[in-house]
Write a protein that binds this ligand. Structure first.
Ligand SMILES: Cc1ncc(COP(=O)(O)O)c(C=O)c1O
Length: 420
């Protein structure tokens, strides 16, 4: 890329170098394809397109309508939904839009407590909407499995409008039938935030909540997926006349979601970003992407195996997806110490709370490590073993700057073999 603003161009080049020479293991980060990046700076960025295809407020929408409809149809097909809204600006925005579509103020919702990996936007008291809706948290059991009996008893006690599944850092699969069974007992909407595992659902490596009776789900498009920063809300139900007030029923959820996104919560969508996710949705259907998802899963399980061989403890013992979480609760060092030491050798990981953590959020007992980004660069089994070796050395030598400097050069040599 060559632009006239030399200061910004220089920063872009530095960032490119950082990404190329480092090992990216933050579970929610990835590299977008050249095509996806390119369409985001296309002329679609110039167009105001308030409302939905076929009923925009401004004129000149022939091609924006076609583009958004294409994104919607691709998303519906991949995720088996009756409806897709592709306009919510991010994961946080999509969750808030969904809550306003599904609930009235002071209604209740069940979520997995943040201390057990629920996301801030699932109901943390620091959010504005935790003042608008009543959030009741469920938790994991001592063996780190989800406590479904607790969900059932909270559901019968509080009669929530929504029961929320999926979280920010959970390496195992969920029992969707159980969630739906409980939701049906209390007439609640079953809703999944599949932001971290969507690519495995799209490639049939993990189960799709909508196939098991969930009413709706949301995903960010930028985490494990190599897409622009955005989100998609998918739902089952009747898509009725958007110009009429939708009835307050589960069947009418799709129309209520559309109205919640626009005009309740947002203004015009960024059509250039929608162009990006439309291209990315096509990439998901390619054999190359399926191969990629499969390899990311293999890489995560090899990584888990290697850490276990080195006597590290893993939260939930194993992984069914792309992330593993080291449990450092018995160690003298914590997740932040590891994050800082590895950053010095240009390996990026993220600290993470673990259930019933006795340490505070900024110095928690967990480290979350994910394989999506490095698998985009096609690292395979033996490369993963090498990466675990780097991490282990980085942790052991965390107070030895000289040793870290040597390691830094080894990491650089290794990383430059895998193009971004
Ligand atoms: C499960 C989950 N949902 C929602 C979000 C929020 O997404 P965004 O950062 O796009 O607003 C996150 C972000 O980390 C997340 O992990």
């Amino acid at each position: 890329m060559s632009i006239k603003d030399i200061e910004v161009e220089e920063l872009i080049l530095w960032e490119e170098k950082r990404q190329q020479e480092g090992i990216e293991l933050i579970a929610s980060e990835n590299y977008q394809s050249k095509d996806v990046l390119a369409v985001q700076s296309s002329v679609f960025a110039n167009k105001y397109a308030e409302w939905y295809p076929g009923r925009r407020y401004y004129w000149g929408q022939e091609f924006t309508d076609k583009l958004e409809s294409l994104a919607i149809e691709r998303a519906k097909k991949i995720f088996h939904s009756d409806h897709a809204n592709v306009q919510a600006l991010s994961g946080a925005a999509a969750n808030i839009c969904f809550y306003t579509a599904a609930m009235n103020p002071w209604d209740s919702i069940l979520w997995l407590e943040m201390w057990h990996w629920g996301h801030l936007t699932h109901g943390s008291p620091v959010t504005f909407f935790s003042k608008v809706f009543n959030f009741y948290g469920y938790s994991t059991k001592p063996d780190w499995s989800i406590d479904y009996e607790q969900i059932r008893s909270l559901a019968h006690e509080h009669h929530p409008k929504v029961i929320l599944a999926w979280f920010s850092a959970y390496p195992r699969e969920l029992d969707y039938e159980k969630f739906v069974e409980i939701a049906k007992e209390v007439w609640a909407i079953a809703y999944a935030d599949i932001s971290h595992i969507w690519w495995f659902i799209a490639t049939w490596l993990l189960k799709n909540p909508l196939d098991y009776g969930f009413n709706a789900m949301m995903t960010t498009t930028h985490k494990s997926l190599r897409w622009p920063r955005w989100s998609i809300i998918l739902s089952k139900g009747i898509v009725s006349n958007p110009l009429k007030k939708p009835e307050d029923t589960i069947e009418n959820l799709p129309t209520r979601i559309d109205r919640a996104v626009f005009p309740w919560m947002q203004g015009w969508p960024h059509m250039n970003t929608i162009a990006g996710i439309t291209v990315a949705l096509k990439e998901v259907e390619s054999e190359n992407f399926k191969e990629y998802a499969k390899q990311a899963l293999i890489n995560a399980q090899i990584m888990a195996e290697e850490f276990l061989k080195l006597w590290y403890k893993l939260v939930t013992w194993w992984t069914d997806n792309h992330m593993i979480i080291l449990d450092l609760s018995q160690e003298t060092y914590n997740g932040a110490d590891v994050e800082i030491a590895l950053d010095k050798i240009w390996i990026s990981v993220s600290k993470s709370l673990i259930p019933n953590d006795t340490r505070p959020p900024f110095r928690p007992s967990g480290v979350r490590i994910g394989t999506p980004a490095m698998t985009t660069r096609w690292v395979k089994e033996n490369d993963i073993k090498k990466i675990v070796e780097f991490i282990n050395k980085g942790i052991k030598e965390r107070d030895n700057d000289k040793e870290l400097e040597i390691l830094r050069n080894e990491v650089k040599e290794f990383s430059t073999c895998f193009q971004i």
